[in-house]
Design a protein around this ligand. Structure first.
Ligand code: MEV
Length: 445
């Protein structure tokens, strides 16, 4: 964003705070963002107007293409991450995810915003060898030839080396049943890195097999990229937890105090820490935010999902990726997860909406993108726990869901809100009821 950003947390006219944004129509929102982000409106239109991807380009991406499949592309607001405002593009089909993340981000920015950092930034690839006659000796030999293997791997990725990346270290694991696995940890710079690390694994494979005296097995990255982890933390002042909910949410019937909500959220965190059944849903709420950013930026959400859940289970028991505690009068949340995202190569090169996302975000490194995605995950988790711990999510959720049911029943742009309000009020959010209410509305006109 070329526009200067106001450093005060409540700046309305710049940065990621855009009061009333949700009240604008789609054309108005595009105009507003074009001005703020200094991006040509036509470019925004071309990137998102009808999904951004034409069938011809899609045909070059995958096989047997019939067409493309669109999802909503929205913007989460209010995010301040490491002292900097970010407009956050999110691609998601679930109502209330974007509003809830924006609402949580507003609470967090009042206490200074999110802090996020890469704990480490290395992607890992595996080379498996089986039928190893003497695994202990094989481990010893492989370890003593680490420098040679690293040099071999380095020669396989000259362009990455030119950009300052490359293989950094090697681990050797005896995983039992005469199988030995070599891990190569690679700095992939701003790439997600799958192709890079797979090339390294294939390049060193034969020498690994020779040194270990076994049969060469698989050579492929691990999605449990636990040496590429991001940590996001945030603080919320108790009083801000009672802020009015975002667009589409109803004000709560019962209104606990901020201090009570802090305790309720800590209790909800403890539930997830004790129970894998709850932890799975808690983590799903985090991935609502993370995946939406991953998709918007053209990254591999299956890789991210596989890594997040494997990491959640890596202690031998499935655990929440984020936890919440009281700190004085404040609530403090911490999230840590592996993330392998890129800002160069892959789908990014060809998908105009992914390119637009990166321009809106103004991230200049993959690390920054990973920090944003983790912060949005933590915001989504905060929003979900706050709603669940107070009056439940259904009322807010259903009133937003009512809009898509109204649209599915054929309500036009100027009818959706009224039909949605009517079916939500009746507590009957069905296509049939939406059809009846639409007919009634048209009769009254
Ligand atoms: C729904 O998409 C996500 C939640 O179930 C997350 C949670 O339970 O924490 C609300």
């Amino acid at each position: 964003m070329t526009q200067s950003r106001d450093s005060s947390p409540d700046a309305d006219a710049s940065g990621s705070r855009i009061p009333g944004f949700y009240k604008l129509d789609i054309a108005g929102r595009r105009k507003e963002i074009a001005t703020r982000a200094a991006i040509d409106e036509q470019e925004i239109l071309a990137a998102v107007a009808s999904g951004g991807l034409d069938a011809g380009t899609a045909d070059k991406l995958v096989e047997n293409v019939l067409g493309t499949y669109s999802l909503p592309f929205g913007l989460a607001l209010n995010f301040r991450i490491n002292g900097r405002d970010r407009l956050v593009p999110m691609v998601v089909e679930e109502p209330s995810v974007i509003a809830a993340a924006s609402n949580a981000a507003k609470m967090v920015r009042a206490a200074g915003g999110f802090c996020a950092e890469m704990v480490e930034s290395l992607m890992t690839t595996q080379v498996e060898v089986y039928e190893v006659r003497d695994p202990a000796r094989a481990v010893e030999r492989l370890e003593s030839h680490a420098a040679e293997l690293l040099a071999l791997g380095t020669r396989a990725v000259p362009n990455l080396v030119e950009r300052g990346g490359g293989p950094r270290s090697i681990d050797v694991r005896d995983i039992g049943q005469d199988r030995v696995v070599v891990h190569v940890h690679v700095d992939c710079r701003d790439a997600m890195g799958a192709n890079l690390v797979n090339s390294i694994a294939e390049a060193i494979g034969p020498r690994v097999a020779e040194l270990s005296g076994g049969t060469l097995g698989l050579r492929i990255l691990t999605n449990l990229c636990d040496r590429r982890r991001v940590r996001a933390t945030c603080r919320v002042h108790a009083k801000d937890l009672t802020l009015a909910p975002g667009p589409g949410s109803e004000p709560p019937r019962v209104t606990p105090t901020g201090a009570e909500i802090v305790d309720l959220i800590v209790e909800a965190s403890r539930f997830a820490e004790l129970d894998p059944y709850r932890a799975a849903t808690h983590n799903k709420g985090i991935m609502n935010g993370v995946d939406a950013v991953v998709l918007a930026t053209g990254n591999d959400f299956r890789a991210v999902e596989a890594g997040a859940h494997a990491y959640a289970a890596s202690s031998g028991r499935y655990r929440p990726l984020a936890t919440w505690r009281r700190d004085g009068a404040d609530l403090v949340g911490t999230l840590e997860l592996p993330l392998s995202l890129g800002i160069v190569g892959g789908t990014l090169r060809v998908h105009p909406a992914a390119r637009l996302s990166l321009r809106l975000l103004e991230v200049t490194t993959a690390g920054e993108l990973q920090e944003v995605a983790a912060s949005v995950g933590l915001a989504s988790n905060l929003a979900a726990l706050r709603a669940l711990a107070t009056e439940g999510i259904q009322r807010g959720h259903m009133s937003l869901h009512a809009r898509s049911v109204a649209a599915a029943a054929g309500a036009g742009d100027d009818e959706v809100e009224r039909v949605a309000a009517a079916i939500a009020e009746l507590g009957s959010i069905t296509l049939e009821e939406a059809g009846r209410q639409l007919a009634k509305l048209r009769e009254e006109r």
